[in-house]
Design a binder for this molecule. Structure first.
Ligand code: NAG
Ligand code: NAG
Ligand code: ZN
Ligand code: ZN
Length: 437
């Protein structure tokens, strides 16, 4: 080898190793990337789709990845319960950036919208063009932030020592799309995932401030449908009927005691009845009523206890009115989303503080909202961040509100959270390997 070639290769090697997994600060402040992320978010916002039907959204993600020259695999997140939830699914996308070798870190975004109408809003240029559908949970923002991270990571791919796996999942809003992708093997596929990160835009925190905590951050959750069967008849002759309306009224009241009289006072739980359907006329006692609602808790164990209580309390009350019930739960309850203690305390809390507008993270209390990132966090040490966005005009509406609106100035913070979590973790995982060797 020519001496000069040798020297320049040596120099290259030194430069390369010095830069390995180092955050490209200029990329994180690149206005072109920020503008690109915002443009993608607005485009996604115009075409919200319900769970397991995110075909247009998935195609847009694939187009963006292609434009970045990132290889990806599609067809993930198939709906395995079509008899319970409409839609074929298979809209999930996976992409690896880096060496294709361990260590591997997973970054996750969700992509589905909600059955809320935004199409008649006239004050929003990029309002939904799908009547009755809206990105009211910020998943358009989540997807665009992960694509922003993909762009940053791809542009420095030669300096990534390890693999960053991107997960774009369908059906977060109650369809357990994250569980489907997990069960399709996206964590075990080579190189196997060792850590995972996710985030949610959070109207309850000031814009650009990051929240999180060690341990349970979001609740375990399931939803029920209860059919109350009775015997209908003339409203003037109630003694000839088994009135399911009176039984239902008593059940709604009785459910309130499941928490107040059944749960340890220091435990947290929720039982909410949210929808009732039944009856046809003022002078007819119907033969049945349908009731819907949700149960939440901070542990799977408590959730299961509450679910059993809904069945026994509901059944016993119905019986006392001569009625009976059939209870149906969703195909998959969501486990709590748990931030791994070691990962949060020794790594993720530091990333949260570094990225946070205030240079400190907010140690939040858990919320009774639920997330199917919990299915990922059950398998690999994970951290879930809350990305504050509530300070701009109109951005403090809650998640799922028909006026929900993203403070787009924080999207670049989400990109940074993803990139720092991934690259910092690769460094951390190499360090751990060296310590163990
Ligand atoms: C990645 O980092 C490890 C540990 O520092 C090192 O041994 C290895 O050679 C690096 N791999 C590449 C492809 O640079
Ligand atoms: C439930 O109640 C209905 C109406 O009284 C009755 O027809 C039915 O047989 C009951 N079913 C069971 C399993 O008890
Ligand atoms: Zn939601
Ligand atoms: Zn959400």
């Amino acid at each position: 080898m020519h001496f000069l070639t040798f020297i320049s290769l040596l120099l290259l090697a030194i430069v390369a190793s010095a830069d390995q997994n180092e955050i490209p600060e200029d990329l994180l402040t690149d206005p072109n990337i920020e503008a690109w992320v915002i443009a993608i978010r607005r485009d996604l916002h115009t075409t919200p789709e319900l769970m397991y039907k995110e075909t247009v959204t998935s195609a847009k993600i694939q187009t963006a990845l292609r434009s970045l020259d990132i290889n990806f695999k599609m067809g993930y997140g198939r709906n395995t319960k079509p008899e319970r939830i409409e839609g074929a699914g298979g809209t999930g996308v996976i992409a690896d950036i880096g060496t294709g070798k361990p260590p591997t870190v997973l970054l996750r975004a969700d992509m589905d919208g909600l059955p809320i109408d935004e199409s008649k809003r006239t004050d929003l240029e990029f309002r939904s063009t799908h009547p009755g559908r809206m990105h009211a949970c910020g998943h358009d923002g989540h997807t665009s932030m992960l694509l922003g991270a993909a762009r940053v990571l791809k542009s420095m791919e030669g300096n990534i020592n390890g693999t960053v796996r991107l997960m774009f999942q369908p059906a977060e809003e109650g369809g357990a799309g994250g569980k489907r992708m997990r069960d399709e093997g996206i964590l075990e596929m080579e190189p196997a995932v060792e850590r995972a990160f996710g985030l949610h835009l959070w109207p309850g925190l000031p814009s650009g401030v990051i929240g999180g905590k060690s341990g349970v951050v979001l609740a375990a959750c399931d939803r029920f449908q209860i059919l109350i069967h009775g015997v209908g008849g003339h409203a003037a002759m109630p003694h000839l009927t088994k009135d399911p309306i009176v039984a239902t009224a008593a059940m709604v009241q009785g459910f309130q005691t499941i928490i107040s009289r059944g749960l340890h006072p220091l435990e947290s739980g929720v039982v909410s009845v949210t929808k009732l359907d039944g009856g046809s006329a003022f002078n007819v006692i119907p033969s049945g009523i349908t009731m819907w609602g949700t149960v939440r808790a901070l542990s799977t164990e408590t959730l299961v206890t509450l679910m059993k209580r809904v069945e026994t309390v509901g059944g016993d009350i119905a019986k006392s009115f001569g009625c009976n019930i059939t209870v149906t739960w969703s195909p998959d309850f969501y486990p709590p989303t748990v931030n791994d203690k070691d990962l949060w305390d020794n790594f993720a809390s530091g990333v949260a503080a570094q990225v946070s507008e205030t240079k400190e993270y907010v140690d939040v209390v858990p919320t009774m909202g639920a997330e199917d990132f919990g299915f990922i966090a059950e398998r690999v040490p994970s951290a879930f961040y809350l990305l504050g966005q509530g300070s701009a005009p109109g951005t403090d509406y809650g998640l799922h509100h028909p006026m929900f609106s993203i403070d787009e100035s924080v999207l670049i913070k989400g990109v940074e959270l993803h990139v720092r979590s991934a690259l910092g973790s690769l460094e951390d995982l190499w360090k751990k390997r060296e310590e163990e060797a």
